[in-house]
Ligand binder design. Structure first.
Ligand code: GAL
Length: 680
């Protein structure tokens, strides 16, 4: 074993002969400045107690784990939250329908309530046994829980709540591995350290915090413009308009060429959309159709197996990156496009089709199909991000697969799955692995379903309405078939008004969210995270996967359509209903029955909330008019990030303080700000 301090409070341990095809080896962003992190003098785990063994199956690591610790993370897990006592195989997959470890973003990183994090640097489908087993010698020394009879299968096979068994990680095919230990002292410090080591959290452009709308897949130029104008006429806030596969001449696989029948003049469309105040985003996946202009050139730098008759570009080769990247820059980024949705770069094992490439596929870079699957999303993002940066564009885009060290990449994950409860759990989990996730809204079962889903998506990194299957916006008709027959809902005006209120609430939060994201960039604190990160010693918080912290001052406890009542646990301190100002003492569980339009959002004691007046969309000239509100007594100043919202690398030192009233002075800003002013 070889131990090396590689970053403040981060130690690398090497065992055997590690692979060079790993997430760390392919990182594109250097670690961020760790000046804010608490000092850490020694590794957070006893390194001598970490065991490594090369086996016929690959290799295996065993890491100590105490019975009092709980473990979290492992990427975008939609089906479970607390991983203690579970087995997970980390496989990229678009249909993570069971709690097995399949995920759009399987990340081999876990966090412990004992205040440390562990990254296993592998692109293999590693299996994590999170304190499930011990070998026979250890069994002789330890006291095992006695299993009795049970009268349900759940109770019969339930994991012991406290095991103290080691975490075992099996890495197939490899003869060695490197792992990284992230010191605390607290769980939140370890998480921030991981994010900063990754390169710091992604900072959205201001427009990225507005509303995203993706249009109907069959729309042509006229239909697209009609929908865009309708959004403006109905005064629904919207900043970004996304075109779905129909913009291309071939979509599965992609030609990356406009369909000239539907879109005869792409520059004209881009110009019109810009005039209407929309950023334009294009759907694609990397599988390259023979009709793509760079198909022949990229063929030598592509994998051995095709997908949907398209090449799989090898983005681990400089040539593959350059050919794909330069084409995108010239054809799209230099002509008004500011973002992409990178679809299908995950994988599928459950669909009977030639999607995606098999694990045995080979690539010119030397990666095999398994390694490429683990890295494909990461590499695809890097290629397009580099071109955005070269063009001076600060993007806020989408991707359906990612891996470790993704925190600095401005791409938000999404899914074709649609269970509202799972989407909420995904949002709660995503921050634990430095990921961005949108619980996007599509068509709905009922008005309640639409309202409750919108109430969740506005508290996520991307407030996305994905109307790819529906001709009209969901507030005009949430039922997909009726929508596409243009049978609009009889109550559409009232429903539209309710939805507008929700979208406007998002816009009122933009200054707050922008500041939370700036802290993600600089200090590594994920803006959306579970309660356990901030309250690891509160045993109740360890199991809460249906509430989340939004920034440092807000706690959200959302409802799904079927619910009329729910319990909310408030951690220590006082909390206030954001709207009524009613006070609730913390360290207890409440039962609430919010009406459909009510959002259970609680503000922490002592907050001077920088609510803003809603704007329909954000331009470089936008100046947010603040309507601050005090929650509780002894209100503290609020630090607002004041860095330019459009330029590529805004200064990270640009902050302004919102100061509470006192000494005869009203609430005011500490200095003149470009982005914020106070309402009269
Ligand atoms: C799916 C994607 C959807 C939509 C659709 C269009 O794979 O997840 O959001 O873009 O493709 O064909």
């Amino acid at each position: 074993m070889n131990l090396e301090l590689v970053y403040p409070g981060v130690w690398k341990l090497s065992f055997g002969l590690p692979s060079s095809h790993t997430p760390v080896a392919f990182r594109s962003k250097p670690p961020a400045d760790g000046a804010f992190l608490p000092p850490a003098e020694r590794p957070p785990l006893d390194c001598d107690a970490i065991r490594f063994e090369a086996t016929r199956r690959g290799c295996r690591l065993e890491l100590p784990h105490d019975a009092s610790e709980d473990l979290y993370g492992l990427g975008l897990q939609l089906k479970s939250f607390r991983q203690t006592g579970k087995k997970k195989q980390l496989r990229p997959n678009s249909d993570p329908i069971a709690d097995l470890g399949d995920s759009h973003a399987p990340v081999p990183f876990y966090l412990s309530t004992a205040g440390y994090g562990v990254l296993i640097d592998t692109a293999r489908y590693a299996v994590f046994y999170c304190g499930t087993h011990h070998d026979r010698q250890a069994a002789a020394a330890a006291e095992s829980p006695v299993r009795g009879l049970a009268d349900s299968t759940e109770a019969l096979y339930a994991a012991p709540t406290e095991s103290g068994d080691p975490v075992t990680v099996e890495i197939p095919h490899e003869k060695g591995v490197e792992l990284y230990l992230f010191a605390g002292p607290a769980m939140r410090d370890a998480l921030c350290r991981y994010v900063l080591f990754s390169g710091g959290g992604a900072l959205p452009p201001l427009w990225g915090l507005g509303i995203f709308y993706r249009g109907y897949v069959h729309n042509d130029e006229e239909g697209t413009l009609r929908l865009a104008r309708q959004l403006r006429e109905s005064q629904m806030p919207c900043d970004v308009f996304g075109l779905e596969p129909g913009w291309q001449s071939h979509s599965y696989s992609c030609s990356f060429v406009w369909d000239r029948q539907r879109f005869p003049a792409p520059d004209r469309l881009a110009g019109e959309m810009r005039k209407l105040g929309f950023e334009l985003n294009l759907w694609e996946h990397p599988f390259t159709h023979p009709a793509a202009p760079f198909h022949a050139d990229i063929a030598p730098f592509s994998g051995s197996v095709e997908v949907w008759n398209g090449l799989v570009p090898d983005f681990a080769t400089p040539e593959g990156r350059e050919l794909y990247g330069a084409y995108h820059r010239k054809t799209f980024l230099e002509r008004g496009i500011t973002g992409f949705k990178i679809d299908e770069c995950d994988h599928s094992d459950y669909i009977a089709s030639d999607w995606s490439f098999p694990e045995y596929a080979g690539f010119p870079s030397g990666l095999d199909g398994e390694e490429m699957h683990s890295l494909f999303g990461l590499l695809s993002q890097q290629v397009l991000l580099e071109e955005c940066e070269r063009t001076g564009i600060r993007t806020w885009s989408n991707v359906r697969n990612t891996q470790a060290l993704a925190a600095p990449l401005p791409f938000t994950l999404y899914s074709d799955l649609y269970d509202h409860r799972d989407f909420l759990r995904g949002l709660v989990n995503s921050g634990l692995s430095g990921l961005l996730w949108t619980p996007e809204v599509r068509q709905c079962q009922s008005e309640a379903d639409l309202i409750r889903r919108l109430q969740l998506v506005i508290f996520s990194p991307m407030a996305l309405i994905n109307g790819w299957m529906i001709k009209n916006p969901p507030w005009l008709q949430f039922d997909v078939e009726r929508n596409n027959r243009d049978e609009l809902h009889e109550d559409r005006e009232a429903i539209t008004a309710r939805c507008r209120d929700i979208l406007e609430l998002r816009m009122r939060l933009v200054p707050y969210l922008y500041s939370a994201f700036a802290r993600y960039r600089i200090e590594g604190v994920p803006p959306f995270r579970p309660l356990v990160v901030d309250y690891p010693d509160d045993p109740t918080c360890r199991n809460i996967d249906d509430e989340l912290l939004v920034g440092d001052h807000l706690l959200l406890a959302p409802l799904t359509a079927e619910m009329t009542v729910r319990t909310v646990y408030l951690p220590a301190g006082n909390w206030y209903d954001y709207r009524t100002g009613e006070r609730f003492a913390g360290s207890r569980t409440l039962e609430i029955r919010p009406a459909l339009e009510e959002i259970p959002l609680f503000v922490k004691e002592g907050t001077l909330m920088p609510w803003a007046r809603s704007v329909e969309h954000i331009t470089p000239a936008t100046r947010f008019q603040l309507e601050p509100r005090c929650y509780g007594r002894a209100v503290r100043p609020f630090r607002l990030y004041d860095g330019d919202g459009f330029q590529l690398e805004p200064p990270l030192t640009a902050w302004v303080e919102l100061l509470p009233a006192g000494n005869g002075q009203p609430v005011r800003l500490s200095q003149t700000s470009r982005l914020y002013g106070l309402m009269d």
